[in-house]
Each structure stands twice: as C-alpha cells, then as structure tokens.
Design a protein. Sequence first.
Length: 285
Amino acid sequence: MSRTESVTVFTHHQPEETSDAVKRLMEVASERGVEVRFPQAEVEKHGIEPGPGRVLGVDPEAAVDLALVFGGDGTILTALRACARERTPVFGFNFGAIGFLSTVDREHIEEGLTHALDGDYELLRIPALAVQFDGERRIGVNDISFQRRPSSRVATLGYSVGSEQLGRVRCDGLVAATPVGSTGYNLANGGPVLAWGVEGFVVSFIAPHTLTARALVVAPADPLTVTNESETDAVDVTTDGRPIGALEPGAELQVRFHDDQVLLAQLEGASFYHRFRDKFGRLAN
C-alpha cells in the first residue's frame, strides 16, 4: 500500500484506556506530516484541542486514506460500517477483550503505528449482509439478528431461503451471520464457524423451543426472508448488535449477502486460522 497521508480516529467508550495511544498517534503523525481527523464524538471524548495537522469535527464517513481504531471488535465494526461508503481501510488496535478483528495488540502500539502510517499492510475484502429497512439500506458486517423483546413472549419466526419456505420456529431469535460474524453471536448459538473467504452466510437460532431447529449455511445468491409470525409482539432487528427498529407481527424482512463491502487492514502473513487459534485457543486454556 502507499504511504498514509490522512487518518480518521475511532476509539471505544472508555477514553482513559486509549488516551495514551491517541496522544502517541498525534505525536507520530506530526513527525511524519500525516493529517489526523477526529469526529466530534472523539473530540469530546478525549478533549482534543486544535493543532497543526489535526482536523476536528469531521464526518466519520468522509473519504480518508485509513481509519485507525483503538478499541474492541464492537468499535472496529462501527468503523467498518462508517467506512463502507468510501471503502476506507480499517486498521484496528485491540483495546478490547478478544480483538478478533484487530490487527495489532495494544502492547505493540509503536510497531503498529509504523506499519499503519507506512502503508505496510494487506487488505482483506470482507462481505456484509444487508436489509432495506424503512427505505434505508442497513448493513451488518458481523450479523443481522431478529430478537424477541425482554418483556415479550417467545417469538415465532418463519424463514425462507430463495422461494422455499423452510419452517417456522418458536425461539428467542434468529441470527444471520457472515463468515466474519460466525465466531460471534452465531457461535454462541451453536452455529458453525465459517472461515474467512467462504462465500455465503449462516442462519442460527437463539434458544429454539424445538429439537429440530438446525443452523443452515446459505449460498451467497440466495436471499433469506424472515417473517414475524407472532400474533401480538414485535421483534427487534439489529445490525452488529445495534437496534435499527422493530419487525411487527405479520411483517417480513429480506436479508441479502453482498461480497466485498468493507476493507480490513491486516499485517502481512495474517490468516483466519492463526486468529482463530490465537484468540479462541488462548481463551480456552
């Protein structure tokens, strides 16, 4: 990749954990003549003051050479969605618990900044799932889920793939996950892990009230249609864990797989299997 000339910063909700990393970024960027751009939320979070090479209050979705994330997987997902429109690469430093999407651990901040600002990284093109909700396209890099509300009864969800109705399940919810998201909510549901690069997505169920509900891997060209067959209760729809609205009784929503939607920066030689062994094997010890 070419040398980085401008970056946008994203951090998680605990600024005391990332403030030193942000300060070091500003120092290194100033030495290299790299412009650092801060969305308003980051300005307020870290008390960033105007200075040479800093642009404050920017649109987080605006075009830039690279997005730098200091946070966990949730913050990286937020950055990936924000950067999807302009296809800005996202380079993540792990300041979270697992950091499956991160490129560099927090202990290696100096080395990581050098790689990022030198453009010394590879790009992984990642798919996403999309729905049209209230006339707006919403994407989930990890997953799109349908969940009963805490005060509601068990949901009844019908689901079809292509033109074939596959069944109706009484459950707490349904999760459609990309390969990247298959190690998240889907894995907790007992669904299969899909290696990055697999074309397609997986459908799994949250606490199904039947022994016959099984996770299903869906081909990339086949849309998934979910129908809320509950009589009185709406179900919440989320993208990457963020609520976008409710699916009312009798309503349906179609989920589609779209390849090559976001760009994740990673160091040369990194692989899905190395991440899987490192993150999940280590946690199991």
